[in-house]
Structures are given as structure tokens and as C-alpha cells.
Design a protein around this ligand. Sequence first.
Ligand code: PRP
Ligand code: URA
Length: 207
Amino acid sequence: MSLHIINHPLILHKLSIMRNKKTSTMEFRKMLKEISMLMGYEITRDFPLEYKTIETPLQTMEAPRLAGKKVVIAPILRAGLGMVEGLLNLIPSARVGHIGLYRDEVTCEPVFYYYKMPANKDRLVILTDPMLATGGSACDAIMRLKKDGFKNIKLMCLVASPQGVKRVEETYPDVEIYLASLDEGLNDKNYILPGLGDAGDRIFGTK
Ligand code: PRP
Ligand code: URA
């Protein structure tokens, strides 16, 4: 299945704080970091284990350990940056790439301006962006990652519209999508409803 909605009560509680227009920049950022960590717990659920013999104080056992899954966290700038720290808390050895895209205010089409990813294309990419609205930005980022040779990609968003999910699912059926909430839809400016407003502006306090 490519769509995972991680509607854990802790996540939904923190997301409601983020949605509230009265929430401060500081609190918004803190909630995003905490939710990212909680979502990271589910995103890493299929990480493979290997078994190694160890001795507990009482006896020997075959103990499970992570089998060295190599990960790169790739935020879509700017808002995706807000999800990096929470994931790094869980996967401290992950590399961090950057994909620079912003949505043109009039056309709502993604405008590309930066791309930097690690050389090893075998790594699992966790592509982060809190907002999946029309899906244009996510599809553009996935297209660039695939062109660059990355094959194993997971998309981690906070809030999505049904239209955005459909677009990513139809264009890239191999990409697993992780969300905290599938919202109602888009307004006439392609903002997610009920959503949480402009994620980049709310994270960085630029409005
Ligand atoms: C927002 C958001 C996504 C994009 C979603 O970025 O963080 O990247 O819009 O919209 P879409 O699914 O319709 O493409 P924005 O363009 O506001 O850039 P910013 O994060 O730099 O502010
Ligand atoms: N980008 C945002 O930051 N919020 C939306 O609702 C849509 C696009």
C-alpha cells in the first residue's frame, strides 16, 4: 500500500496546535519537530534487522540490530527543513540532501532553484515537506531524485489534499506516502483546507 496515514492521538493533538492560527512560530516549529519524530517511528518500521550473538548478564542470545539501512533525509526547501531535526533524532547517521523548490504564487507551478544530494544512490530517500497541496512540488522533487538515480523514495508530509495524494500516487506508484492527515481539499488559491496556512511562513516567521 502506498498511502499511510499516521493518525496517532499524540500526532493529531500536536497537529491541532499547529493548525490554530494563534500558535506562535516557536510553538509551531516545536510541534513540527515532535510530530516528525513520531512519524519517523512508523516510517522506519520496515527497516531490516540482523541478528548478532551477545551475552546479557544472564545468558547468550541472538539480539536484533538494525542491518545498517542507509538513509538520506531530503527536505523540499523551505518548509521541509522543519521536519529534518525530528528525523535526525531517530536516525542520527542519516545524510541530509536539499531540494530547492517554491510554488509560483500565480501559476502554483513549482519553480526549481537548488539540488544537492549525496553520491550514494542506493540510500533510502525520505523526502520531507509538511504540505502536499496540488502535488506539483512533490512530483517535481521525485522526478529529480529518480533522474539522479535514487530508486527507493518515501514521501513524508504532514497534511495533504486528496488531489495531491492522487497526483503523486498516479505519477509515482512506487513511492510510499506518509501523512498525519488527509484534509478536505484545496481552496481557489490551491491552499489546503482546513490546512494550517503557509507552512514556510509559519515555520520561519516570514509573514
Ligand atoms: C509549499 C509547501 C510545498 C508546496 C506545496 O512551499 O511547502 O513545497 O508549497 O504545494 P504544491 O503541492 O501545490 O506544490 P512554498 O512554495 O510555499 O515554498 P516555501 O516552503 O519556500 O515557502
Ligand atoms: N503551501 C502551503 O504552505 N500551504 C498550503 O496549504 C498549500 C501550499
